[in-house]
Design a binder for this molecule. Sequence first.
Ligand code: NAP
Length: 278
Amino acid sequence: MRIALFGLGIIGSIWARHIAADGHQLTTWNRSAKPDAPGFTADIGEAADGAELALIVVADGPAVREVVERILPRLAPTAVVAVHATIAVAEVLEIAALVRAAGRRYLDMPFTGSKPAAEARHNVFYVGDDDGAFAVAQPVHSRLSQACLPFGGVGRAMAMKLAMNLCIAGTFQAMAEGLAAAERAGLDADAFFQAMDRNVARSGLVDLKRPKLLARDRSPQFSVKHMHKDLRLVLALAASHGLALPLTAGVEAAYAKAEARGFGDLDFSALVDVVGSD
Ligand code: NAP
């Protein structure tokens, strides 16, 4: 199968290496040149030419739409377009309509797991599929992931992804505030995590971010700007259904502060530096 991958950021660059290592025929494209990526071409049309499966891992909804519009005429007539960026559910439905109007099939396929999970082929894909398109992607994506979870039709996987990121951001924020409270009371981070080890609040997220927090390592696994995007998207989704999310609104305000301070490209664990800083 001819595969094309668009967007060689933190995640796309890792998946490209895995897909090439799995022996697939792969072309890749990125807005800014990444000549070291397997199958890289700076010409987006050339990357798309004849591809039967397109993976899109760019930043946000406008970027996905732009890429889709540019590649659609060049993809194979029966191509499946799998969109992995986290975007609004409304954008999913609009872009899926564009793809269908061009005779191709759309897969709503957001994922969880950041850089370490991608390296370890341990992402989890959420699958929204209207017409059996996942059967085309399954052999490729099952190799990149620990699970591909079906949630029904196109749009439903993205709604679940946004709900899950709300949980991650809220969980991290609670931990950051707990850590700040302990530190203000004269306890250090080592003591905090020692207590957390035997506390029901311990989680996979705590375990993932603990080494970064102890090392004061803010290099991005999942960036502040993308988590902030996702919080805005889930708040808008909930509001469209008449649902207020007061805790999430507070977390979003902290992310707005972090971005205003120039933390956008740092790992979202940098939110610890915002707690109590004004
Ligand atoms: P990233 O490292 O910030 O990379 C973003 C990619 O999008 C880059 O390749 C960038 O190209 C490209 N891009 C941005 N604007 C563009 C435009 N207008 N046209 C074309 N390309 C554009 O992002 P990431 O962390 O890999 O995440 C990618 C997507 O997956 C995001 O939607 C994110 O929310 C989602 N996601 C990420 C994670 C994670 O842990 N990292 C987990 C789950 C979901 P340049 O290199 O030229 O800037």
